[in-house]
Design a protein around this ligand. Structure first.
Ligand SMILES: Nc1ncnc2c1ncn2[C@@H]1O[C@H](COP(=O)(O)OP(=O)(O)OC[C@H]2O[C@@H]([n+]3cccc(C(=O)O)c3)[C@H](O)[C@@H]2O)[C@@H](O)[C@H]1O
Ligand SMILES: Nc1ncnc2c1ncn2[C@@H]1O[C@H](COP(=O)(O)OP(=O)(O)OP(=O)(O)O)[C@@H](O)[C@H]1O
Ligand SMILES: [Mg+2]
Length: 249
């Protein structure tokens, strides 16, 4: 584990140098993925690493966990509460959709949730610009493979150090780094609505996804779910679609 951590820390240092920036910033949710990234960026750039708590109608317990993470990593941190901003922006958008008789309320929960993730992204980039930092993402291998992230939200980052680690490997790294036990043991959640858990929403478990990614045999139903999630999310991993230049047709 020491070698794996050293590898990621030196990769982060290399990226900072190549980009000619001063440091790194990450959003701290109180979940395990951002906790691991918090520890990695602190090791990579001890004097120029920053964690940002971005509550948006979030559970207060998650904020307490985020504070525990920050303390465990001895990371510089700040809080920007996005609740009012989200209420104003989502309220304005839906008001106009109502007036135009275009409002599809069936999609409200997802649209509301993805706006939270994109407000976090915008906030992190505003802070990154202020500090001349890069924005570090927290997607692990399971989330990346299934597309379980908001495009240009939590997926809108400069660096993604955990993208080759299964959720199990993230857990092992978290233990090694000294992430608080309650954070390691809590159910993964995007925290985008009351009672949301990743596993309920995805329709399979991280254990199944990890086993699938390691090439192990898993039940047909879980395999089909994972393959469907993967097929539906190519556009998130492939980047922006461009036409061929007219001259090259
Ligand atoms: N084929 C295609 N080619 C190009 N673009 C395509 C496309 N199909 C959809 N799109 C675009 O992509 C959009 C859909 O993607 P997106 O906006 O990401 O939205 P979507 O994938 O529908 O939702 C995001 C999912 O990620 C979960 N999430 C989000 C944030 C954090 C976490 C977490 O674990 O913490 C989890 C969230 O709970 C939800 O299940 C469409 O609105 C459309 O604009
Ligand atoms: N309240 C929040 N404050 C700051 N950043 C947040 C917040 N909620 C989500 N994020 C950012 O979005 C990322 C994606 O969330 P995700 O839930 O996948 O990761 P996590 O909370 O760190 O771990 P877990 O998947 O175990 O819940 C977080 O790692 C974090 O960087
Ligand atoms: Mg979470």
């Amino acid at each position: 584990m020491e070698k794996k951590v050293e590898y990621l820390v030196s990769w982060l240092q290399k990226k900072v140098k190549e980009a000619n920036v001063k440091g790194l910033v990450v959003g701290i949710s109180g979940g395990i993925d951002s906790a691991v990234v918090a520890h990695l960026i602190k090791r990579a750039v001890p004097e120029n690493s920053l964690g940002v708590m971005l509550p948006c109608k979030s559970h207060p317990g998650d904020f307490d966990d985020a504070m525990r993470v920050v303390e465990s990593a001895d990371l510089k941190a700040m809080t920007v509460d996005l609740t009012d901003t989200h209420n104003t922006l989502f309220g304005t958008i839906t008001h106009v959709l109502d007036e135009e008789k275009m409002h599809n309320k069936a999609n409200d929960q997802l649209a509301d949730a993805n706006l939270r993730a994109r407000l976090r992204m915008s906030t992190l980039y505003t802070i990154a610009t202020n500090h001349q930092y890069l924005v570090v993402g927290t997607d692990n291998k399971a989330e990346w493979h299934t597309g379980y992230f908001t495009k240009y939200g939590d997926g809108g980052v400069d660096l993604a150090p955990l993208v080759h680690l299964t959720k199990g490997e993230v857990r092992e790294m978290a233990k090694y780094l000294g992430v608080p036990k309650e954070v390691i043991e809590k159910k993964p959640s995007a925290g985008l609505w009351e009672g949301q858990t990743d596993e309920n929403e995805m329709g399979t478990t991280y254990d199944m996804i990890d086993r699938y990614l390691k090439g192990e045999t898993i039940p047909e139903k879980d395999k089909a779910t994972i393959e469907q999630l993967h097929a539906r999310s190519h556009h998130k991993r492939d980047g922006i679609a461009f036409p061929k230049a007219y001259e090259d047709m």
